[in-house]
Design a protein around this ligand. Structure first.
Ligand code: AHR
Length: 481
């Protein structure tokens, strides 16, 4: 029995922890989001209506764009106006990037999703003036050349840019820099990321690759005062080895448990990076932004290796839930996270095939977790539910939301919680489960893994429900404050 305390002086779970990432990579932007004005696939202003409808349902709060590695090769001027300039997408399959989807189309997407902007600027191959001009183009309400250019391209009013990343993976694809060199680059570039016309940009510096603690230390020491956020990238690779990642759908019990073990490493990474950030920033002014996370497997057989297209099973659902639980526990420092990626790439919410669309098991986890957005966090100690289960609990609008994951492959888990007062109503009780851990949704069988109703026993302050092996549940309970 887990007794839930009242949420006194505890942190809020920022809704942006459920943020998304959409890169010009494979079929994420083109086909996944953007089909263009002439497409027979239903769309509004070129953006797929089925995708927008599905993503609105899970309340996507923020979308990071245009990369990823692509960001440090992106020259935004090629993607505005009538005369779009193609380029080679050298990181991702060497295909031709038409630049048909650019700044205006991105903001159209955000408007349709009702989501915030998180734009990643180009430090690796870009110039300070180019970044400065982009900010001016997007956010300045004036008669300067950049503001006038935006107007000529059909947008009179500036947009809001809430978050701006200054380079991506600058230790790798974004320029192969050493930490001190990047810290200096960051200091210089961010100077010109200005707040115009009432817009307030949160500046995000490129953070560490997984356990590179030195990177965090140098960045916080040398540039911490100039940033609002510092990123962290960590992907779950079942084997822990990039050369032998393994299949998304064909795995055994060992593959299941190893994947979960690799995922749970996120707790240690965040704890240790947080401790370094605390040393330089005890007031926790600078947010940790986990702007790339999720599973990374071998691509689906027969698909372009540069497109990172992978299927998504109950294993991915468990990975998503466990990562979100970790972010909730550290939400005093973790202010945003962006799963990689939103459509058709890596651990996607949605997969598309021409006009067809499937929601992945990961999508359903984001659905199950949507009530945690901006709720007060209520602590449940890691390990409190035993070796194969984990939970996250929050309170908002006089209701408790309890999400529990059982990652045992054999055992049923009975969840028992006691609230501070009598439960008045069961507002939601759903289970994500399938008979096989490898179960996934295909275009021919899109409902193989779907949310189902969950029986819940309520007795005064107490609530009890059973989780089948490899399943995830959310129960939302009404309880007056
Ligand atoms: O998400 C795919 C890639 O992974 C991103 O482009 C890059 O930042 C990371 O290495």
């Amino acid at each position: 029995m887990i007794r839930l305390s009242e949420p006194t002086a505890l942190h809020r779970i920022d809704r942006r922890i459920q943020g998304q990432f959409a890169e010009h990579l494979g079929r994420c932007v083109y086909e996944g989001l953007w089909v263009g004005a002439d497409s027979p696939i239903p769309h509004r202003n070129g953006i797929r209506t089925d995708v927008v409808q599905a993503l609105r349902h899970i309340k996507v709060p923020v979308v990071r764009w245009p990369g990823g590695c692509f960001a440090d090769e992106y020259h935004w001027l090629k993607g505005v106006g009538e005369d779009r300039q193609p380029m080679v997408n050298s990181h991702w399959g060497g295909v031709v990037e038409s630049n048909e989807f650019g700044t205006h189309e991105y903001f159209e997407l955000l408007q349709q999703l009702d989501a915030e902007a998180y734009i990643n600027g180009n430090v690796g191959s870009g110039a300070v003036a180019e970044m400065q001009d982009w900010i001016e183009y997007m956010t300045l309400d004036s008669t300067t050349p950049m503001a006038e250019l935006r107007k000529r391209h059909g947008r009179e009013q500036p947009w809001k840019v809430e978050f701006f990343g200054v380079g991506n993976e600058s230790w790798g694809c974004g320029g192969n820099m050493l930490p001190l060199h990047y810290a200096n680059q960051y200091r210089q570039f961010q100077t010109y990321v200005r707040n115009y016309s009432g817009n307030r940009i949160s500046k995000i510096a490129c953070g560490a690759n997984a356990d590179d603690y030195e990177w965090t230390d140098v960045l916080m020491a040398r540039a911490g005062e100039h940033m609002d956020g510092l990123s962290l990238h960590y992907y779950t690779i079942p084997t822990g080895e990039w050369s032998t990642k393994g299949s998304a759908t064909d795995f055994d019990d060992h593959g299941w448990h190893e994947t979960i073990r690799q995922t749970l490493r996120m707790e240690e990474l965040i704890t240790r990076h947080s401790a370094i950030m605390d040393k330089h920033d005890p007031a926790k002014r600078v947010g940790m932004i986990v702007d790339e996370w999720g599973t990374w497997y071998d691509v689906e057989p027969g698909t372009n290796p540069g497109f990172l297209y992978q299927q998504n099973t109950m294993r991915d659902a468990v990975v998503a839930a466990l990562n979100l639980n970790i972010f909730h526990r550290h939400a005093d420092r973790v202010r945003m996270a962006n799963i990689a990626q939103m459509v058709n790439v890596l651990q996607a919410m949605l997969l598309t095939d021409g006009p067809r669309l499937v929601k992945t098991p990961t999508y359903h986890v984001f659905d199950l977790y949507s009530d945690h957005q901006d709720a007060q966090f209520i602590p449940v100690a890691a390990g409190a539910l035993g070796a194969h289960a984990d939970a996250t609990v929050s309170r908002k609008d006089d209701a408790y939301t309890i999400s529990v994951t059982n990652w045992s492959l054999e055992r049923l888990f009975t969840a028992e919680f006691e609230l501070g007062g009598k439960v008045t109503e069961v507002l939601r009780a759903q289970l994500l489960h399938s008979d096989r851990p490898t179960a996934h949704n295909t275009f021919d069988a899109p409902e193989t893994v779907a949310l189902g109703d969950l029986p819940v026993q309520v007795d005064g302050r107490r609530v009890r429900f059973d989780l089948l092996p490899h399943s995830i549940a959310t129960v939302r309970l009404g309880q007056p404050a």
